[in-house]
Ligand binder design. Sequence first.
Ligand code: SF4
Ligand code: SF4
Length: 165
Amino acid sequence: MSDLIQQWNNKKASTKKKHKKFVNQLRQLHGKHLDRWAEGMHNEVFRSIDCMDCANCCSSIPAMINEEDIARIAKHLKLSTEEFNAQYVTKDDDGDTVLNSTPCVFLEEDNSCSIYEIRPKACREYPHTNNFEFSQNLTVHAANSMYCPAVYHILDRMMKNFPVV
Ligand code: SF4
Ligand code: SF4
């Protein structure tokens, strides 16, 4: 386990409130500047965190899945969409369509994804801290910092440098 993942494990619970407050502070910044800043932090943090050492998102958060994902993955598995839905899909408490098992049924023992090339869009985009998506997802970052060491460290580094944009 990398040092950053270990640090996240030790500190995530005690930092939760601070991160939540900080994310609210970030709302005062202009989206484009904020996204550029977050992009830099995302790249810096992911140079030191290998998702293959972690897989916590795939282990603990039911992945959201849309109709295009379902059609693509069902085809790959040689199932009809009805069969795929019956076997792998459910609704969560918010009414969102998600894969029905945590850890994810497609997560392999070595932390790889057995459908990586065709994985759901939500999996490709998680944790929403790059590609100029950060500012559109402010409401989820504080919660995600409890699940994703990268989000935790991105917020932490931004907090230490605030307001440098
Ligand atoms: S589909 Fe793949 S990337 Fe998405 S949660 Fe499952 S194992 Fe992870
Ligand atoms: S929780 Fe974050 S760091 Fe861990 S595998 Fe998922 S995206 Fe990568």
